[in-house]
Design a protein around this ligand. Structure first.
Ligand SMILES: C[S@@+](CC[C@H](N)C(=O)[O-])C[C@H]1O[C@@H](n2cnc3c(N)ncnc32)[C@H](O)[C@@H]1O
Length: 382
């Protein structure tokens, strides 16, 4: 049986690793893992013709001897993977790949050529189901068209009651470019990344799996230590950092945050206090950062500075990153790690990667966040 999940493009290895660990900790035997959609469904590509618009990657695990339980796949729904994964958005048990020609009718026909014994079992026990669809790419139909058609025909075939809010089984059709798959979705409509009780959540808030990926690649998830985010926004990186320390039973280290916007400062305080995390949050312009951090007091500076079109074109990025690196170089102990996102298009990347003399480049990779593809950089304080 294949359990599949969606994650941030560029962080597939992080999600595969985390998922494997959580499945094994839940008592499952994982015989293979898949870091790409094409590895799961076996098609040649699995890429969309306009895949720059894709926001998620599909990954998966082959799990042996999986007990089905009731509702179907209750064991996976109760697993640490479903309850504790930080790197994934949605989770499903893979049912099959669809053989279709790009239009709605052939998609629905193909979905209906599959047998759904678990749906028959739910109907027999008087349970309920719903059909959902997630779609990436350009198609002549919308997700609700798929949901209505597949849901209606499965209802006719199995006689199972429909419950759109709390179904016992969610038949999910994932359409990614020319590839389409059916699965039993185990995550809710909202996605597993919406895990915090956000009191303040502006549009530019970093997605939690990206924050987790930054913490993982910087080494924090193995060795939590004093951490600061000087562009904290809503405090996502600190929320994840506090959660990761709690996950592994480590004491929550000193967590510091700052931002130049008063609303971000008060919002981060609210979000951290809702999560039961001690908050040391201050209003600081990054150009003044160095004066506000004690020398060598931090193990990690992990941050998501403004980049890309969403945050204005007038910013002097070179100056901004220079101030960030000067403050981080001062606050980090020798060997401490700086992880950040940099827009590769603005010519700042080379200057940052050079570390302005104080850092060595440890790791760099491209990640996709919505329509932007910044470079995730990890550097070590020399
Ligand atoms: C991309 S957002 C950070 C989002 C944050 N990671 C989150 O999850 O909510 C960038 C943040 O940098 C802040 N910012 C922009 N210029 C700044 C500066 N010169 N000094 C300090 N903060 C700044 C903005 O107010 C904004 O909150």
């Amino acid at each position: 049986m294949i359990v599949r999940a969606t994650t941030t493009p560029g962080l597939e290895d992080v999600a595969v690793e985390e998922g494997t660990r959580l499945l094994v900790e839940s008592g499952f035997s994982v015989s293979a893992s898949y870091g790409r959609l094409s590895e799961i469904v076996g098609t040649a590509g699995g890429d969309s013709p306009n895949d720059e618009t894709l926001e998620v990657s599909h990954i998966g695990w082959r799990v042996d001897g999986l007990p089905c339980g009731y509702p179907p796949f209750a064991a996976v729904a109760d697993s640490r993977l479903r309850r504790g994964a930080r790197s994934i958005y949605h989770l499903a048990v893979h049912v099959g790949e669809l053989d279709w020609s790009g239009d709605l009718d052939s998609l629905v026909d193909s979905a209906l050529r599959i047998d759904y014994p678990e749906l028959a079992e739910v109907a027999r026990r008087g349970g309920s189901f719903r059909a959902t669809c997630r779609r990436c790419g350009t198609h002549a139909f919308q997700s609700p068209d798929v949901e209505r058609a597949v849901g209606g025909l499965l209802h006719d075939r199995y006689g199972c009651a429909v419950d759109l809010e709390r179904p016992d089984l969610n038949v999910a059709v994932d359409v990614v470019g020319q590839t389409a798959m059916v699965g039993y979705q185990l995550s809710g409509r909202k996605g597993m990344d919406r895990r915090h009780a956000w009191r303040f959540h502006p549009r530019i808030t970093l997605r939690t799996p990206v924050a987790y990926g930054m913490l993982r690649l910087a080494g924090y998830t193995m060795h939590p230590g004093p951490l600061m985010d000087p562009f904290c926004g809503a405090g996502t990186i600190l929320l994840e950092a506090g959660g990761v320390a709690k996950d592994i039973g480590a004491p929550v280290p000193a967590l510091r945050a700052s931002d130049r916007e008063p609303s971000a400062v008060s919002g981060t305080i609210d979000n951290l206090s809702a999560a039961g995390l001690p908050a040391d949050v201050a209003e600081i312009d990054v150009h003044e950062l160095k004066a506000h951090v004690a020398a060598g007091s931090l193990d990690y500076v992990i941050t998501d500075p403004p980049f890309g079109v969403r945050l204005g074109r007038k910013i002097d990025y070179h100056f901004l990153y220079q101030s960030l690196l000067a403050g981080a170089a001062h606050g980090l102990r020798a060997g401490g790690r700086l992880a950040l996102l940099v827009d590769h298009r603005r010519g700042v990347f080379d200057a940052v990667a050079a570390g302005f003399g104080a850092f060595e480049l440890v790791h760099t990779r491209r990640v996709t966040i919505g329509t932007l593809s910044p470079q995730l950089i990890v550097m070590r304080r020399a």
